[in-house]
Design a protein around this ligand. Structure first.
Ligand code: PMP
Ligand code: GLN
Length: 379
């Protein structure tokens, strides 16, 4: 077989989680909570399963869930959506990202991605026949150099992918970034894909700069979200894509032949829960900020250097005071010898990353974080 993805192996998330399981390590690598989702969410899903709502959902999603999302978007970002024409429920954000990329990319098109970048973007670009143009985020705060973006645009450039709050660095885009982006995207007639799966996991009173707050920008954009992150149910794989009607109608042509639809009882349960408990996501910044602060406080006497995490449930730790290994080797050693699994961030970048950073997930019970930090402090 002539591989369509010759340079792709199992993702770092599969590799590190498997290694963590083999060595009984505390798994702070793959991003998922080790605590339960709200019990009433499970009760609602069970209610609909027992009621018999176990057959196909409409291709674009259950209307009541689309509607709840439109209400939320209006409340948070003051944008009035036509739920039926602009909201599509997908099987995780991953599916939404994949479909959006297939929708706009033709063979030979270029897509600007910012490194380190989430690992699903580039394979989806390659499968569409496109080419990823990797631009490095600028350290130490991982900001975008908009001049470099301007210089990288050529007639083949078709799409820019942004992700804020940013996995794996925890950086967030500012209002100034959004204005620069608007100017570039409009002037060059580009499309935008905005990965906003961590919209509610943002700290220190910052407000999330959703594309949905910028009507001009939204006209050219697919905006992607994940219930997995917001409701602590990463294994349910339910997400959604918001895009203007013209883009949504093309997006759905792809989506209907990738998965067609998404688990019906999960959609009913999520719609009920969104309606009855909007406070849940309003509390998330505080909920996760406490975890970030606890983890960082517990590590203050360790030999790791803590980098700022402005959003997401990830914390970068610099380990040059402990080991001279590269990040992939050190992540493996840390898992096998110390029993703590983390993610090396060089795998998310095209250019070599000289910094010695590992990404640790703090979406864990306080007891897990305490145990992990005690081990890390002894190194
Ligand atoms: N984008 C980013 C930046 C992510 O971190 C993740 C999940 N870890 C996804 C997309 C995929 O989300 P989902 O699990 O809903 O497919
Ligand atoms: N997005 C999750 C992370 O960054 C993992 C998703 C996956 O396992 N593919 O850890």
């Amino acid at each position: 077989l002539n591989s369509k993805l010759p340079h792709v192996g199992p993702t770092i998330f599969s590799v590190m989680t498997q290694l963590a399981n083999e060595h009984n390590a505390i798994n702070l690598s793959q991003g998922f909570p080790d605590f339960q989702c709200p019990p009433s969410l499970i009760e609602r899903v069970r209610f609909y399963m027992e009621r018999g709502d176990n057959q196909y959902a409409p291709m674009a999603g259950l209307p009541i869930l689309q509607q709840q999302i439109a209400v939320k978007v209006d409340n948070l970002y003051h944008l009035k959506l036509n739920a039926a024409e602009e909201v599509t429920i997908t099987s995780g954000a991953t599916e939404a990202l994949f479909c959006a990329i297939q929708t706009v990319i033709q063979p030979g098109d270029e897509v600007i991605v910012f490194d380190p970048s989430y690992d699903s973007y580039e394979p989806a670009i390659i499968l569409a026949g496109g080419k990823a143009v990797h631009l490095p985020l600028i350290t130490p705060d991982y900001h975008i150099d908009w001049e470099v973006v301007r210089q990288s645009i050529n007639p083949r450039t078709r799409l820019i992918i942004i992700n804020s709050p940013h996995n794996p660095t925890g950086a967030v885009l500012t209002e100034e970034d959004m204005l620069q982006l608007s100017e570039i995207v409009n002037k060059n007639d580009l499309f935008l894909l905005s990965d906003e799966v961590y919209e509610h996991i943002i700290f220190d009173q910052q407000s999330h700069q959703s594309v949905l707050k910028y009507p001009d920008l939204y006209q050219r954009c697919f905006v992607v979200f994940s219930f997995g992150k917001t409701y602590h149910v990463t294994g349910w794989k339910v997400g959604y894509c918001i895009a203007p009607p013209m883009l949504t109608s093309e997006f759905r042509k792809v989506h209907q032949f990738v998965t067609f639809d998404t688990a019906t009882p999960l959609q009913y349960g999520l719609a009920d829960f969104m309606k009855s408990d909007p406070q849940h996501y309003l509390d998330l910044p505080h909920f996760y900020q406490q975890k970030r602060d606890l983890f960082c406080r517990l590590l203050s006497k360790s030999k790791f250097t803590l980098l700022p995490s402005k959003g997401t449930y990830f914390q970068l730790l610099e380990y040059s005071g402990i080991s001279g290994l590269n990040d992939v080797d050190y992540a493996k050693t840390l898992t096998v010898d110390a029993g703590i699994a983390a993610i090396p961030i060089s795998v998310f970048a095209k250019q070599p990353i000289k910094e010695k950073y590992l990404r640790f997930c703090f979406a864990k019970d306080d007891a897990t974080l305490t145990k992990a930090a005690a081990i890390l402090t002894l190194l």
